[in-house]
Design a protein around this ligand. Sequence first.
Ligand code: 13P
Length: 238
Amino acid sequence: MEDLVSKIIVANWKMNGSGEFIHSFFSTFTNSTDNRLIICPPYPYLSQVKSHGVTVGAQDCSQHTSGAFTGDIAASMLHDMGCSYVILGHSERRQYHAESNALIREKAHAALDAGLTPIICVGESRAIRESGNHIETVLNQAKESIPSGTGKFMLAYEPIWAIGTGLTASESDIAEMHTALRHLLPTTPLLYGGSVNKENAKTIMSTPDVDGVLVGGASLKPDDLMAILDFKTPLGNR
Ligand code: 13P
């Protein structure tokens, strides 16, 4: 028996925010030190967000440790900045930066070597879901993207068709996928992401084998993020 106090809430701010936005966000947001929360702002704002006492993560890192890779950021640099986590293989990186499962695995190893916990994202397109191959596709993505060895990581299932669309996967869709992922990864925290909001978060977090949520748009609204965190009903699933 585990209760919702231990559910993990990861806020992915994507490429949003400004110094002023963060100042105003934390004038309303009062859950900064909640140990279930990880906020992942754009790189330049990691320190500013962390200064409010929040556990922070980055949204990507390089697979390399250092060198001539203009514009890239090494995992060790993120660790230096006080980051504890890094999102890897988000569908927006897979789509706009052609990131492959093999590259994401390399990045996961780089993150682990630097002392960061990777949050590795997987998820199917609408076409794959309609073809009925979603389980096989996502399991393959997961198998090929996760680090080999014993390093600890989290896995986030984010169906691409549910991201930023207001369409959430149904409880049974989520349960089906998370059950399959649980067979593959019995002890890995499994998050769901895709149009999570303050109305649906409770149902989603009550779904079997959902250990937490990865929240995009709603996490930019302090009241909504507090509502998602304000959620402590005991549960009988993991
Ligand atoms: P939305 O919550 O805005 O759909 O974004 C989900 C997501 O991509 C989180 O990583």
